[in-house]
Design a protein around this ligand. Structure first.
Ligand SMILES: Cc1ncc(COP(=O)(O)O)c(C=O)c1O
Length: 390
């Protein structure tokens, strides 16, 4: 076992709670296994970059050169990791990916068009547009004969057929953990092309995969480059969501110009320290990320084995990417409000499937980015409650 893995194994619940993150402080009597934060600290080059920002007294408004450096680091990272060539000046800077989503549905969707959202989905994909009166059409994914979650392609096409719209493609998928194949993405591309849709590709989880190949949707072909707005961030893979930095990646000149035209006050929000940390993550964070993904790979396999052995009737498939596991326990309990139930009875805070869209009720999302002994403790508690309910 590597030194880092041994250190992570030894972390305690009290230590994690003392760090004060949202995951561990929102429900002080429960194990935090909900919001997408990791418990593994940060990569040494990222820590150095954070300290260097303070040492340089780099606390004024962001200089243009710093934003440019992040554009270059992002473009180099995308090329190295996914063979996707983007222009450094087509990388726009924002505080977070949800802001990118908001811009996408505000400026890259006509007012009468819907957002089309495969579900289950990251909850703010529904709540954020709903609060602004924007229509969201949910299209539930379906499990195929091998238990693999698939996009409902016919449903997506039907939802886009009348008025076009903005299709949200969360790739890799939160919460189903799917890493979409080229063939699947090509079929989505054909649908978007036929219906004249725009696609918001949220690829925030892309660096976190287990040997599979993430294919940036916009990199597929000329059509996807023309109709896609991509959002990325170092925040998930390098665990820096509190530092405020995300990127919109444009794959055609017109969209890049639209972004610039929105002006600084629309596109603001990234912090200097977040930009410095993201540059360090993209340029120098590969070794640490490899350790993290190895550890997560162990956790996802461990979870799948324990569910198979100890929770017959639960439906689960180990995620192909990222650290969020989707577990359907609808055959084990009649309760459909799993988040409050597990919080109260198991003292584990998970994300309820009921918050992830139509047909999510009866499932829950578990965050695996935690020390294995704590994962085991969470599973002992959850399984105990579900066994009692049989
Ligand atoms: C798919 C997805 N998109 C966006 C976000 C939010 O990212 P940000 O904090 O940059 O808005 C998350 C956070 O968990 C996520 O899982």
């Amino acid at each position: 076992m590597s030194t880092l893995a041994a250190q992570w194994d030894a972390l305690t619940i009290d230590e994690l709670r003392a760090r004060g993150s949202t995951k561990w402080t929102m429900f002080p009597d429960a194990i935090g296994a909900w919001v997408a934060e990791m418990d593994f600290g940060i990569a040494p080059p990222v820590a150095d970059a954070i300290r260097a920002t303070a040492d340089r007294l780099e606390t004024g408004y962001m200089p243009k050169a710093l934003a440019r450096d992040l554009g270059e680091a992002s473009a180099a990272f995308l090329k190295r990791s996914f063979a996707w060539e983007v222009k450094a000046d087509h990388v726009g800077l924002l505080g977070d990916v949800l802001r990118a989503y908001e811009l996408a549905f505000t400026y890259w969707r006509k007012p009468d068009q819907p957002i089309v959202l495969p579900t289950p989905a990251y909850p703010p994909f529904m709540s954020l547009p709903a609060r602004q009166g924007v229509e969201v059409i949910q299209v539930p994914c379906q499990r195929d004969e091998n238990g693999v979650w698939r996009l409902d392609e016919a449903g997506i096409e039907a939802a886009l057929a009348e008025r076009g719209g903005l299709l949200v493609l969360c790739s890799p998928h939160n919460p189903l953990g799917r890493l979409y194949s080229r063939a699947e993405l090509e079929r989505v591309a054909a649908i978007a092309t036929r219906t004249g849709a725009r696609v918001f590709a949220d690829e925030i989880h892309a660096p976190l995969n287990f040997g599979g190949q993430h294919i940036p949707y916009a990199s597929l072909n000329a059509q996807t480059a023309a109709h896609t707005i991509t959002a990325i961030s170092a925040s998930k893979a390098w665990n820096i969501p509190g530092l405020a930095c995300a990127q919109m990646v444009f794959s055609n000149d017109a969209d890049a110009e639209t972004f610039v035209g929105l002006g600084h006050h629309t596109t603001r929000g990234a912090s200097n320290v977040g930009v410095r940390a993201s540059i360090a993550a993209y340029n120098d964070g590969g070794d640490w990320l490899a350790e993290v993904t190895t550890y997560l790979d162990g956790n996802r396999k461990h979870l799948a084995q324990r569910i198979e052995r100890e929770l017959p009737g639960a439906v689960h498939r180990a995620p192909e990417a990222t650290y969020l596991a989707w577990i359907d326990v609808s055959q084990l309990t009649n309760r459909r409000d799993l988040a409050p139930m597990l919080r109260e009875e198991a003292k584990v805070a998970v994300t309820g499937g009921e918050d992830c869209g139509l047909e999510g009720a009866g499932s829950f999302r578990l965050n695996l980015a935690t020390p294995r002994p704590i994962l085991d403790e969470a599973l002992d508690r959850i399984f105990g409650v579900l066994h009692k309910r049989r």
